[in-house]
Design a protein around this ligand. Sequence first.
Ligand code: 13P
Ligand code: ZN
Ligand code: NA
Length: 284
Amino acid sequence: AVVPLKDIVERAFDGRYGVPAINIFNDLTLEAVLAGAVEASSPVIVQTSVKTVRSIGADVLFRMWEGMTAGIEVPVTLHLDHCPDRAVITECLDRGWNSVLFDASELPVAENQRQTIEVVAQARRCGAHVEGEIESITGVEDGVGSDAESVRQPLQVALDFIAETGVDVFAPAIGNAHGKYKQAPVLDVQRVSDIVQATGIPIALHGGSGLSDAQFGDLIARGCAKVNISTALKQEYMRSSLVFLKGAEQADTWDPPSLFRAVGTDVKTLTVGLAKQFGSAGKA
Ligand code: 13P
Ligand code: ZN
Ligand code: NA
């Protein structure tokens, strides 16, 4: 069933497992991620970037979501990823998204905080939840962000932001980065523990693609209940497509649905693997 973000994330937080929060970008990836969650008996958080919302349109995207989740037996929820644009936040909340990441990390913390308080109030009126962020996470994700090193705020600034805004999930910069890691990441895992101990709030781990099994395990044990994956799915989509298309060219065949089936199967397999890796498999 489609459930609020908090239902999924708080159960995972209490049980100390991670839920894959996967960025989909078309009907095929949405269908395959949902199929993977069902196969793994796992909850899943489906995320859309602002770019995806703009390219498909909130209305069509939401109708796809409704159609594909009708009668689904595992807990699923629809989340808007990194969104600095209040108009898109409003559009998605009004249309039925279950949660949003209001990403005002480019603004000074005081202004970010002032606006996040407004977004939390707005979300509450829609029965939706909010993820907050005060430090731009390194790397560009579908056109949002920059490659500049994240500037980490003092712990107390993060704790005050969480207390003042009432966000449901918090996304700290801990040396993580969007996209491929150019060098092995040095993670400030203690920062996750410090925030969790002081606030009891579940943490969103960004930049998941490229982290090791051991890093995921450690971070999830410390309270990263929402684990964001985008780049790995895009890479798998392209790799799988290329392999299939090379074969099709050799065989001189042209049947697009068989390409979709091949790619969909590989994206589903990736999703099942993530659910097993993060411990959410069997937790539906
Ligand atoms: P990756 O692209 O590194 O998986 O990061 C995903 C993410 O944080 C989405 O917000
Ligand atoms: Zn992110
Ligand atoms: Na990454």
